[in-house]
Every structure is written in structure tokens, then in C-alpha cells.
Design a protein around this ligand. Structure first.
Ligand code: C2E
Ligand code: CA
Ligand code: CA
Length: 641
């Protein structure tokens, strides 16, 4: 494209240079033609003057001769005066011609001057002869004079003719020259005209390509290069436009679930394909007037002009989310697509573009936290944004000042429903907001590097509680959820060992629950740390199994003891035939790898029977017991079954 542009520029420059040369040539020809004509006019005027002088010579000699004839005929005193005064009358003209005529005129005049001198002498002699009465001399002189006058007049007329010829030659030459110049002017004018047309075409093409480039630059500045949908700048522009019309405007903000895992596990190319697929699905399900935008990473937005009510907004939001959330085949990898969506509406409660963006963000955060799919902006949830900013500092303070509590939820044996252990689940007794669940602050801990101190608090509390229960005669092994940072810390196993020693925890009495996503970033290092943990008697459990993308491959490679089937699968056990088959297949797989199977989220009696049939060892869920403070668990455990 650049080469083409350079070529066009070279052509344009050449055309303009040629046009300039053509115009200069035209001007030069005009000057030449004018000068040539002026020269010719001067030449012709000069020749005319010379011809006139020769004419005078001819005329004066003729008059002299006629005076002579009259004088001779009268042969009296009367004709003498006029004859004498006419003698030498052409002398002045001949002198002029000698001095001012061209080379041949000058030469001819000189020759004629001599003959004319002789002629004048003869005339004077004739006058003298008449006065003396010498008739014979008179006659002789008259004859001589007649001959000379005739010769002189002939020569004068020859010169007149020659000069006339020269003048017409000069005229002809000038005419010819002018005709040539005219032809050249015509040809050059046509060429110049063509060049002007060509330059105009080149300029128009130039202007078009400049306009096209400007359009392309604007498009690039306003669109996302990976997906071709609008970018943040264009989104804001469209939002402003929609809001300016005064009509109801909806904004949907979407964030994909598990995108980081897809990227980490299947690579960035597949990640990019997923982003493109999401953009395509959103564009397909949006109306022509809607604007789909990518805000960066896995975050998208849809601007919906002409949305009147929150009901309409939520209906559209759900429809778009439904169209988006179905498995995608990305070059052979089938990936589950799911997302959380926040919705906000202008003019109420959001009364500006900035508000719309912020409110949709708050709603999206609510949807993500509550796993709601779509959430409408609710002023009740607002303020979280400012809280989010200070939450890191606040949580750090909470950890240091003992605001974290640990609740426990039992895991029961499916066969006889006796507790096989408990899972420690952290809570934050917030001074202003009351008891908060982990979803409200675990992400804050992850973002602020607080997972290690938080895990320490839970680990310490759980091991201390283990010792308390043991002292009370209860055997309740504890499971603690480890945050991602723990598997990146080579010192973690030694730290756990020190705590176990401090609280006399024996082998198998502590389980560490990890998730698939924690393992993905650096599987080798994770495997080393997990192997070290097992070596000191810690059991390792893989949590939320089935929600990630790495499931099968890691089962074999990782040193594990237990697998917890995520409650999403549990929920489907009773609803669909395939739900039961999936849980059975996962359990079979786990057993084949030598793992103990725990099923999470058991809420119904019927499920327990099915799990028993499938052969799952343990179950956890509200059916048996909700997460509770330690003393309530003690009471629950001691109560007769
Ligand atoms: P998780 O490890 O899957 O924990 C089980 C969650 O399922 C708990 O939510 C529990 O209350 C909930 N649950 C138990 N039985 C049922 C049931 O029958 N139905 C339903 N719908 N839910 C049930 P909780 O306590 O809100 O914890 C949420 C998540 O927070 C945990 O999921 C875990 O990933 C994380 N978490 C909790 N405590 C800690 C911790 O100390 N450290 C770290 N890193 N993460 C923690
Ligand atoms: Ca867990
Ligand atoms: Ca779980």
C-alpha cells in the first residue's frame, strides 16, 4: 500500500512539473512571437522609407527632365529659372539613401550619385550653351541628358522594385514564423490542457485516498482490533448520543467467567478465538441500533437505545445472555461460555453517561458475586465501589484485629451419615455490615496480596479447633481452602508443618482444598508443593471439580487424595438423566485414580440415595448441616443421629 502511494506521489509530481514546463514554454512562445512581429514591423517600416526615397529620386529626375524638355522646346529665357532650380533636386535623397539604406541601397545610391552628378553637369552645360546661343552643343547636351535621365530613372525604378520585393519577402517570412508559432502554441496548449485534466484527476484521487485514510484511522481509533466491534471511546460516544436524544437508554456490561483459565490452559490463540466468538454472538443477538463494544480483556458492553423500562432492559439482557451462554467450538476445543451481566438504565436511576457506566459496573459486580447471570443496578448495592477501594486496607486491618471468624460445615459419610470431617469456611464479622460471606472479600484478598495471611488465620483457627475437639473426644478432621498464592510459595509446606506441630495434628487430620485454576499457572511447582504437603501427612483435595477446563489431565499428574464434585453437577442429579450419569462418570474416574469422592451442595434426601448407588464416599450440603460456628458444630456432632 505504501509503495502504491509513493508511486502515485511520483506521478503527481511529474505531472505538475510537466504542466509547469508546458506553461513556461507557452509564455516563451508568446514573447518570441511578439518580438518577432515587432522586429518585422520595424524592418518593413525601414524598407518602406527606403522605397519612398527611391520614389522621390525617380520623381525628381522625371521633373528635372520635363523642365529640360520644356526649356529646350521653348528655347527662351523663360524656362531657364525652373530648370536651374530643379538641377540636383534628387541629390539629397541619394545622400540619405547612401547614409541610411541597406548595403545594396547604399551601393546603388553611390553609383547613381556619380551618374546623377554627370547628368547635373550636362544640364548646367546645356543652360550655358543656350545662353551662349551654341545650338549644336545644346542639342548634343539635350541628347546626353535624355539618355542619362532615362538610365537614372530606370535604375531608380529597379531599386524601388527590389525594395518592394524585399519587403514582401520580409512579410512572408514573418507570416511563416507566426504560423509556426501558432501551431506550436496550439499543440502545447492541447498538451497543457491534457496535463491540467490529468493533474486534476491525480488531485481528486489524492483527496479521495486522504479521505479514505482519515476514515480508516478513525475506524481504527474507534474499534477493537481483535474483534472489530466498538472500543471504549466509541461506546462512550454512542452512549452520549443515545442519552442526548433524551430517550430511555440501557447499558449492559458483561464479564466472562473463567476466561483466565481458558487463556492459561488452552493458550492465547484459543483465548482470542473465544473473545472473537463472544463478540460475534453479541453482535448477532443485538439489534441494528445497538452498539456492541469490547472494553478490554474479557469485558464487553452493549448500548441499547430506546429502552423504556427496567423490565424491557432485563428481558433484553437475559435474551442476549442466553444467546451467549452455550458451548463454543474453538478450533476443536469445546469451551463452556458463561458470563455475568450488569444492567443499568437512563434516565432513572442513572442520570448521566458516567452514572450509567458506573451503575452497570456495580450491577455486574453484584451478578458476579451472587452468580446471578444478569443483575439490574440497585442503589442498595452501590457504595461498594468506594468500599472496594478501601476494602484492601480494611481487610488487612480486619485480619490483624481478629475480625475474621471460621465457621465449619461437616462432610458426612454417605453410607451412615456420620461426620467424616469438617470444612473450615471463613467469615468476616464486619463492624458496620455484619457477618460477610467469603464471596464478599476473598476477591479483595486475592487482589491485595492478603490470601496468605487470611489462610494463616483460618489454618491456625482450624488446627486449634481440631485440638479442642480431640480433647473433647471428637474426631473431626479439618479441611482448609488454600488460596492460589499458597501454591506459589515454596515455604508453605514448612509453615503448615510448624502449625501442625504446634497443635499436635496427626497425619490425615488436615486436608488442604485447592482448585483447578490454582494448579494451571505453574503445574510443576504446584505438584512439588502438593507432594511436600502429602509427605508431612496433609491430605490434598481438589475442590469445585468440573468448573474448570483442565480436569482430566491434572487428575493423573497431581498428587491428590480427594475430589469434590462441584454443586452445579449435584443440582442436576435429580433433574436430568444425564446429570446422574455425569456424576457417576466423574466418580468412576476419581476412583480409578485412587481418589476419595465428596459431593458438594447436597440439599435433598433423594440425592443421597443416588450418591449411595453411584458409590460416592462422602457428601456435604445444607441437607445435613449449614456452615456454623464451632460450638454449634460440636453440639451437632454430639447429637444422636
Ligand atoms: P467452597 O469451598 O466450594 O465452599 C462450599 C460453599 O458451598 C460454602 O459457601 C457453603 O456455604 C456452600 N454450601 C454448602 N452446602 C451447600 C448447599 O447445600 N447448597 C448451596 N447452595 N451451597 C452450599 P461459602 O461459605 O459462602 O464459601 C464460598 C467459597 O468461598 C468457598 O467455596 C471457597 O471457595 C471460598 N472460601 C471459603 N472459605 C475460604 C477460606 O478460608 N479461604 C479461601 N481461600 N477460600 C475460602
Ligand atoms: Ca472448599
Ligand atoms: Ca467447592
Amino acid at each position: 500500500m505504501r509503495a502504491g502511494w509513493m508511486r502515485r506521489r511520483a506521478v503527481a509530481r511529474t505531472a505538475i512539473a510537466a504542466l509547469a514546463a508546458g506553461l513556461t514554454l507557452l509564455a516563451a512562445l508568446a514573447v518570441f512571437s511578439a518580438r518577432n512581429t515587432a522586429q518585422a514591423i520595424t524592418g518593413i517600416a525601414g524598407a518602406e522609407q527606403v522605397t519612398q526615397q527611391w520614389g522621390q529620386v525617380y520623381l525628381r529626375i522625371g521633373i528635372e527632365y520635363e523642365q529640360l524638355v520644356d526649356f529646350v522646346r521653348a528655347d527662351s529665357e523663360v524656362g531657364r529659372g525652373p530648370l536651374i532650380s530643379s538641377i540636383g533636386s534628387a541629390e539629397e535623397n541619394l545622400r540619405w539613401l547612401n547614409a541610411n539604406g541597406g548595403p545594396s541601397d547604399s551601393f546603388q545610391a553611390q553609383t547613381l550619385q556619380n551618374t546623377y552628378g554627370g547628368y547635373s553637369y550636362t544640364l548646367r552645360d546645356l543652360v550655358d550653351a543656350q545662353a551662349e546661343g551654341d545650338r549644336a552643343r545644346m542639342e548634343d547636351d539635350a541628347k546626353k541628358a535624355a539618355l542619362s535621365a532615362s538610365a537614372l530613372r530606370k535604375q531608380a525604378s529597379v531599386n524601388i522594385a527590389r525594395n518592394n520585393l524585399e519587403t514582401s519577402g520580409l512579410l512572408l517570412e514573418t507570416q511563416l514564423d507566426n504560423r509556426r508559432v501558432l501551431l506550436a502554441v496550439e499543440i502545447i496548449s492541447v498538451i497543457d490542457l491534457l496535463l491540467v485534466v490529468f493533474c486534476a484527476l491525480v488531485l481528486v484521487a489524492y483527496q479521495r485516498s486522504t479521505e479514505r485514510q482519515a476514515r480508516e484511522s478513525r475506524y481504527q481509533a474507534m474499534h477493537d482490533s481483535l474483534t472489530g466491534v466498538a472500543n471504549r471511546s466509541l461506546l462512550v460516544e454512542r452512549l452520549d448520543q443515545a442519552v442526548a436524544t433524551g430517550g430511555g437508554t440501557g447499558l449492559l456490561l458483561l464479564d466472562l467467567d473463567h476466561f483466565k483459565e481458558v487463556n492459561d490452559t488452552l493458550g492465547h490463540l484459543v483465548g482470542d478465538r473465544l473473545i472473537q466468538e463472544v463478540a460475534a454472538r453479541l453482535t448477532e443477538s443485538a439489534r441494528a441500533d445497538d452498539t456492541v463494544a469490547r472494553l478490554g480483556g474479557d469485558e464487553f458492553a452493549v448500548v441499547l437505545p430506546d429502552i423504556g423500562t427496567t423490565d424491557d432492559l432485563m428481558r433484553v439482557g437475559r435474551r442476549i445472555l442466553d444467546a451467549l451462554c452455550r458451548p463454543a467450538d474453538l478450533d476443536g476445543f469445546v469451551v463452556d461460555v458463561s458470563a455475568s451481566m450488569g444492567a443499568a438504565l437512563y434516565p432513572a436511576p442513572s442520570d448521566s453517561t458516567t452514572d450509567l457506566m458506573r451503575h452497570a459496573d456495580v450491577a455486574m459486580y453484584t451478578a458476579k458475586r451472587g452468580r446471578l447471570g444478569v443483575a439490574l443496578y440497585d442503589p442498595k448495592h452501590d457504595g461498594n465501589t468506594t468500599e472496594k477501594l478501601t476494602a484492601g486496607a480494611e481487610l488487612r486491618n480486619a485480619i490483624e484485629h481478629g475480625e475474621l471468624e471460621v465457621h465449619y460445615q461437616p462432610k458426612v459419610r454417605v453410607s451412615d451419615r456420620t461426620p467424616s470431617g469438617v470444612e473450615a469456611l471463613v467469615r468476616w464479622r464486619h463492624p458496620a455490615r455484619g457477618l460477610l460471606g467469603p464471596d464478599a472479600f476473598i476477591p479483595v484478598a486475592e487482589q491485595n496480596g492478603l490470601i496468605r495471611p487470611l489462610t494463616d488465620v483460618v489454618l491456625t483457627a482450624a488446627l486449634e479447633q481440631l485440638r479442642t475437639w480431640r480433647t473433647a473426644g471428637l474426631t473431626l478432621p479439618v479441611a482448609v481452602n488454600a488460596g492460589a498464592d499458597c501454591l506459589h510459595d515454596a515455604g508453605f509446606p514448612a509453615h503448615v508443618r510448624a502449625l501442625m506441630d504446634r497443635y499436635d495434628a496427626g497425619p490425615g487430620e488436615l486436608t488442604i482444598e485447592i482448585t483447578e485454576s490454582m494448579v494451571i499457572t505453574d503445574p510443576e511447582r504446584a505438584a512439588t508443593i502438593l507432594a511436600e504437603l502429602r509427605a508431612i501427612g496433609v491430605r490434598v483435595s481438589i475442590d469445585d471439580f468440573g468448573t474448570g477446563y483442565s480436569s482430566m489431565s491434572y487428575l493423573q499428574q497431581m498428587p491428590l487424595d480427594e475430589l469434590k464434585i462441584d454443586r452445579r453437577f449435584t443440582a442436576r442429579i435429580e433433574q436430568e438423566g444425564s446429570g446422574r450419569a455425569i456424576v457417576a462418570a466423574i466418580a468412576d474416574l476419581a476412583h480409578a485414580c485412587g481418589l476419595h469422592v465428596v459431593v458438594e451442595g447436597v440439599e435433598h434426601e433423594e440425592t443421597v440415595a443416588i450418591l449411595d448407588e453411584i458409590g460416592c464416599e462422602a457428601a456435604q450440603g445444607y441437607l445435613f448441616c449449614r456452615p456454623m460456628p464451632a460450638d454449634e458444630i460440636t453440639a451437632w456432632a454430639l447429637a444422636p443421629v
